[in-house]
Structures are given as structure tokens and as C-alpha cells.
Unconditional design. Sequence first.
Length: 453
Amino acid sequence: MRKVFIFLGIFFFLPAGSSQTMASDVLTLKDSINIALERSLAVLSADEEIKAKEFEERSAKADFYPKLSTSYTYTYMDKDTVDDAKSTMWVWNPLTLAHVPREVSPLRTDNYQFSITATQPLFTGWRLSMSRDLASLGVDTAKIQKVSTIQDLVFEVKAAYFAILKTDKLQNVARQAVEQLEGHLAVAQAFYDEGIIAKNELLQTEVQMAQARQDLISATHGVLLAKSLFNKLLRRRLTKPVSIKDILDYTPVRLRLDEAVEKAVLNRSEIQEVSLNVVAAEKGVKLTRSSYYPSVTFIGNYSRDTDELFLSAVTGEDPDIWTLTLQADWTLWEWGKRRDEVAAARARLAKARNLLIEIKDNISLEVQEAYLSLKEAERNIQVSKKAVVQAEENYRMNEERYKQQVATSTDVLDAQTLLTQARANHFNALSDYNIAWARLERAMGIGYETEGK
């Protein structure tokens, strides 16, 4: 009775659990992208770069606030120098009711000094403001660079995903070719045993069979390599089994080229990044021009100078010194140094503007190339689909004619080769189409949780 319950438990629970595990192991394209983004070292590095730029921004903002510094120093002066500075002073002695001489030196052998200083910039020719703005632009640039990193990774995952689907289809095509040749070889062997065909026809089929098996081995290796690349992008073990959802299909393109270019101009992070570089270059010009203006600083200082380690003072002495200083600095002449620095900053601004124009042109060309590749793959799908139907019918007819000995083995082998090539071309066209669409999405700066086809 106990064995019956164990059997029923295995029967009812294990299949359900196994099917659930298998279902969870089948990755969709979105799942694959999410896993890759979650584990990507490049994305993590982009996050760290954003953090670094945010700390730099906070550092630039801190320059607006007062700076507080302190120091504690000890200075030893040789006794001869102290003695050389001595002078005679007449001091009143209340006991003798007379003035008595005493040698006193303004210097001390042991000198202990403690000071604390507060510095507040009041005007720097807008240098601090420009530095803060440049730091803020650095944060924005780092965030845009992260977007570029994400878009690149999304495209790579899509390309690897469809590469698995393509190589898997090509493996099936190669396997079908082997099965068809096995069937044809069996017929040819029977004909040869009956003396209907010559030895060379049988050998020709066997050679074609060997080639088909080699093609199947190559196709199998292609699947393994595609899955290894996919696992690498998802940062999994390279030999980890991969099971993905088959979405190798065709959906017509409903997008014009001018619309694609317009989307790219609006969405491409590279254009946004270079635009920020132009703004940064403009602020760089203002930053260098700040050296033309004076700088005004308020300084508050407190110091205590004694000959005691713990800064104690003799009764009657006042070792404390307080100072308040308003300091203005203005460099009037540096032999054209500031003028050259401003000219260099303006040259960098012109370079940034030219780069913005160039990158817009390059992106427009990239979009056009991706769009034309997409259209080409779309046309190839229609042609290859029709070719598969024709090749299947051609193979069927030649195989039937061969069985009736009104066609040669060469006719069947040629028809089988054409069929294998037509099937491979069709799956290549489907894969090229989907990868071309992914490339066009990347060129337009979309493709991840944005509008679809």
C-alpha cells in the first residue's frame, strides 16, 4: 500500500513540477534582455560613472560655502639668537623702592601656535558657477552614456537571440537533408542490388550523404556557438542549456525612411550627448573668461601664540589674535596667457559644434543603411518563401520520377541540394529581417520598452 502512495505521488506531482520548471526555463526575448541588463558589467560600470559624476557635482557645489582650516605648529629657536635679541629694561622693585635692571628678549626658544581660519569666496568672476554647471552637465552626460550602453546591449541580445533561432532552423534543415538523402540512398541501394543502376550512381549518393552529415555537424556547432554567445551576454555559464521562445517570423514594416530619420534625431542618445558637449564647451569659454575678473574673498582668522605646549599664557599677556580680512586679487598682465586660453576654449567649442553636425549626418546614414537592409530582407523573405514551395515540388517530382526510373540520381541530388539551399535562404532571410529591424531600432534610439514595429 505504501508503494502505491509513493507511485501516485510521483505520478501527480513530479510531472507538474517538471513542466513548470521547463516552462520557466524557456526565455522570451524580453526576459533575455532583462537578465542581460540586470547582470551586465557595462551597465553597472555606467551606474558607477553616474555616481562619480554626482560626487563631482557635490564637490563643485561645496566650493560656494566657507572653508574652515586649522593648524598647530611648534618652532624651536636657538638660544644664541634669543640671547642676542635681549635688551635691558628697568623694572620697579617694590621691596627696594627702586628700579632694577632686567634683560628681556622679544624672542622665545619654544614657540607653540594654534590657528583656525575661515575663508568665504564672495566673487570669482563666475568661475564657481561655471564649474558647478559643468559638473552638472557631467552627470547628465553620464546618464546619457548609460542609455547608449543599454541600447547597445539590447541590440546585442536581440542579435544573439535571433542567431540562436536561425542556427537552430539551419540545423533542422541540415537534419532534413540527411533524412531525405537516407531515404534516397535506400532506394538507390535497392536499385543497385537489382542491377537497375550503376555503381557510380550509388557512390554519388553516398558522397552526397557524407557531405550532408558534415553540414549537419557544422550546423550543430553553429547552434552551440550561438548559445555560448547568448549565455555570455546574459553572464551565464557558457555551456548552460538554452531554451528560447521561437519568434522567428515576419511582420511587414509600416515605417517610412523620413519617419525613421526623424525618430533618430529625437531619440539618439549620441546626439543628446554631443549636444551637451556643445553646452559644456560654451560654459568652458565662460570659465576661461572668468580669469579677466578680480576675485574677492573674506577671511576670518584666530591664532594663539605661546611658549607652552598646551597654549597656556602668562598672567597679563594676551596671546590671542583675531583678524578679519577682505582680500581682492586681480591679475592684470600675464603676457597674453588668458587671451590664448579663451581662444583655445572657443576652438574647442567650434570643434564640438562641428562634431554635432557630423554625428547627425552619420546617424542619418546609419538609419538609411539599416532601413534599406530591412527592406532588402523583407523582399528576400517573399522570394525565398516562394522558392521553398517550388523547391519542395521539384524535389518531390524528381524523386517520383527516379523511382519510376525516368530520372537519374543526379536529378534527385540536385533537387535535394536546391531544396536545402532554398530552406536555408528562407530562414536566413527571416533572421536577417529581424536583426535588421533590431539594428534599425538601435539606429533610431528605440527598441526597449518603446514603440514597436
